[in-house]
Write a new protein. Sequence first.
Length: 123
Amino acid sequence: MEWGTDDENYIGRLRLSYYFLYCHIDDEEAVALLFEEELKDRERNSFQGIGSTLQILTHLIRKYNGDGKYAGLLERAKNANFDCACGYDPDGQMEDDFGTNSLLDCIYLCREMGYRDVMGSLF
């Protein structure tokens, strides 16, 4: 039995977001679509939160926001839920060099993305 409302596509969006971040994928249309889908989850999820996916996608969408065309989405993210209102930073930066991660960082990344087998190997 599961409690609350969550999005079955969250892990997929998270994995794809990390892929775009660390592989330096330049695809504005895909990033904007992922951002919008993540906003729907942040607005509807029973457990609210900010989440790594929103932070990564914020970092990625900012490079396409030079003319402010995504300002509305960033504002919507800030107001998506109580946690976002209190702690979401639309100007936040993410490290996009995978090589800067420590072994412990990689273990946490595996846990977050649901790669338990890889996490076990690293541990």
